[in-house]
Design a protein around this ligand. Structure first.
Ligand SMILES: [Zn+2]
Length: 460
């Protein structure tokens, strides 16, 4: 399994979290339900990814370096480590192999040489380009006609561009013209320069996984350019099918809008933690939508996920306590069948194109059913090895019950309810902040009633 990894020029945001958690669940399902041994390779893009996927603009890493005043290498290593920290925070399994583009320059040069020798790529004064018209099936992944792609990119064609066709893409950039001061550069048969972004994925996936791989994942934004380019490069070079199964993850929206720094709706994992949420609440939130469906993030929805996850944790506490006094007895045939039916239904959902929301729903049904406590507990622990919500680790942490809440806080809650009923949102938000500053969090339920869940301090 090859998963397109991060371009390490900035902090990861919660949209990245969704993509990598979906890859993580896929891997866990393949390993733990299907019984496969997964060789999971993920790249780190630390050179050659331009601001536009269509060879326009500057290198993202150079841009990041300018912005921070650090060297390109420092920027790359810093954000690679920030990325890894966030992945650990989200309980995402480390890929079997993590490979950096800059550690694989000879492999990329060798692949470009092969493409030039076979007539798929051509040398120009500014770059070596892949000629999309030489590859029989360039458009097969995204289904768009090449002519449409040409029209679309025609506006963006730069002056002095030596491309034969606008859809051709760079496999090697030369250190001249707009790139004459490019910091990262290597010798090549075409002179001093650096690899295009797409070639690293072909070169490294061939190196670590062979010429044909089973699964390749990436964001839906890679469907029209990056992945068709990977296919073209790999299949032109090897003459073999590159990927058997493609998985494309849909986007995360924020309050119904696209996440962007200018809109101030750009959240990092640490922003979620700073608001008093556990990263595992975010993980639960990601599980509430299918990977091919756009998921809309709101703070309210995240509170809903926190509520659900805490219910699971509370359930574990109750079940564990029950089991201290109850003995595990042999199941009746009927109960045994019921337990097995729940378990295989959850697995069936997960193995059916990762229907995680359905799997979660069945999981909740099982917990509400009359199967014995011990079996419920087994079910929770078993499936948490796939959901990855760290339920066992967080059980036993003290969550306050409503009855433990001081009167002063209860008063604020009822004040806020009144304001909400009158749709005085701004004022109700002020009270919410007051309540939060006292260490409590509010859950707004569908019926409008408010529940206080726990103390912020007890969460961490
Ligand atoms: Zn890639």
């Amino acid at each position: 399994m090859y998963t397109c990894g991060p371009t390490v020029y900035d902090y990861p945001h919660i949209g990245h979290g969704r993509k990598y958690i979906m890859d993580d669940i896929l891997r866990r399902v393949l390993e733990q339900i299907e019984g496969y041994e997964v060789n999971h390779v993920q790249n780190v893009t630390d050179v050659g990814h331009l601001v536009s996927d269509a060879d326009e603009g500057e290198d993202k890493l150079e841009k990041g370096a300018k912005k921070s005043g650090k060297s390109v290498w420092d920027v790359a290593r810093f954000f690679e480590s920030e990325f890894q920290k966030d992945m650990d925070t989200l309980n995402i399994l480390k890929p079997t192999t993590v490979c950096r583009a800059t550690d694989h320059i000879p492999e990329q040069i060798a692949l470009v040489q092969k493409l030039v020798a076979k007539g798929y790529a051509y040398d120009t004064p500014e770059a070596v380009y892949f000629d999309v018209y030489t590859f029989h099936d360039y458009t097969k992944l995204f289904g768009q006609k090449l002519e449409e792609k040409l029209v679309k990119s025609r506006d963006e064609v730069r002056e002095g561009n030596y491309k034969k066709h606008p859809a051709d893409f760079a496999v090697w950039f030369k250190r001249i013209g707009r790139f004459e001061n490019h910091t990262m550069h290597w010798d090549s048969p075409w002179g001093d320069g650096f690899p295009g972004w797409h070639i690293e994925c072909s070169a490294m996936s061939i190196k670590y996984l062979g010429e044909t791989i089973d699964i390749h994942t990436g964001g839906i934004d890679h469907l029209a350019t990056h992945h068709p380019n990977e296919i073209a490069q790999s299949e032109a070079a090897t003459g073999k099918q590159f990927v058997k199964f493609w998985i494309h993850h849909a986007f995360l929206m924020i309050d119904g809008a696209k996440m962007s720094k200018s809109k101030d709706n750009f959240y990092r994992i640490s922003d979620v933690e700073n608001k008093g949420f556990s990263p595992m609440d975010l993980r639960y939130f990601y599980l509430t939508a299918h990977y091919r469906k756009t998921l809309n993030f709101t703070w309210g929805a995240l509170e809903g996920s926190r509520y659900a996850r805490q219910k699971l944790i509370n359930e574990i506490t109750v079940l564990e306590n029950q089991l201290k006094t109850e003995k595990r007895t042999a199941l009746s045939n009927e109960k045994l069948q019921k337990v097995n039916a729940f378990s295989s239904q959850i697995k069936a959902h997960l193995c059916d194109d990762l229907k995680i929301p359905q799997a979660l729903a069945t999981f909740w049904d099982a917990l509400k059913s009359n199967i014995p406590s011990a079996d419920k507990l087994d079910l929770i622990y078993d499936f948490d090895t796939i959901f990855g919500l760290r339920l066992r680790e967080d059980t036993g942490k003290q969550f306050q019950k409503i009855s433990d809440i001081p009167d002063s806080v209860k008063l604020l809650v009822s004040e806020r309810e009144k304001l909400r009923a009158e749709k005085r949102w701004d004022e109700s938000d002020v009270i919410r902040l007051k309540i939060e500053s006292l260490g409590y969090l509010i859950e707004d339920t569908k019926t409008g009633s408010n529940l206080i869940l726990n103390s912020k301090k007890s969460l961490k």
